[in-house]
Design a protein. Structure first.
Length: 206
């Protein structure tokens, strides 16, 4: 993975040490993949800060995220507690769990590129996506436009036919985050599918 010559000051238990940022770069790439957007402008960091709070009810300020992404400042400080939160946002127990799971094989570092995925921005209105996840869950979603989907088929899932939600990307092996899920006219909520093992089937159908 390209390093771009950067290094992070990694703060742990009151001590600081220089740490090559390949694992932190991977963490950031995975977060961008889940969000289906690159972190480029201030509003992106505000969005991520809010998404972290909505998903795991932990706070990371937009200014802290800007420093970690290198958007502001030259000396990047990454605290273990912040990396723990970002890792939990991706459904890992903590930063150590993320590092262990990622653990620096070429195959693992490449999986973010090689894993099959479907991006909402590549779909046309009325196209349908067939997904499944363990244990024996299956759904079909119709794309309505504007990042929004409607549930057409739901088997062994808490989702119901007619539910609507927003999603930016679907990735094999990754949990699917449904934003603004509306069921029976209730207030929109955020819902996570496949939090343990992620999606195990994903395809576009006619």
């Amino acid at each position: 993975m390209e390093n771009n010559g950067k290094s992070f000051t990694f703060v742990e238990n009151g001590y600081t040490m220089e740490k090559q940022d390949s694992e932190i770069v991977l963490l950031k790439e995975k977060i961008e993949l889940v969000l289906a957007k690159k972190m480029k402008v201030p509003a992106d960091f505000d969005f991520l800060s809010g998404a972290i709070w909505e998903r795991i009810h932990e706070r990371v300020s937009a200014s802290t995220l800007k420093r970690i992404w290198g958007y502001v400042g030259k000396n990047i400080v990454a605290r273990e507690s912040t990396l723990d939160i970002l890792s939990r946002f991706l459904n890992y127990r903590n930063w150590d769990d993320f590092v262990e799971s990622s653990n620096a094989s070429e195959e693992r570092q490449s999986d973010i590129v090689l894993t099959p995925y479907i991006r909402t921005q590549d779909l046309m209105v009325s196209q349908k996506i067939d997904v499944s996840w363990k244990p024996n869950r299956h759904c079909v979603f119709e794309y309505l436009g504007g990042m929004q989907y409607k549930v057409l088929v739901s088997e062994n899932s808490h989702l119901r036919v007619g539910d609507t939600f927003c999603c930016g990307i679907f990735v094999i092996g990754e949990a699917m985050i449904l934003d603004s899920l509306v069921q029976n006219g209730a207030a929109p909520v955020r819902y996570i599918i496949g939090s343990s093992d992620g999606l195990d089937n994903l395809r576009i159908i006619k």
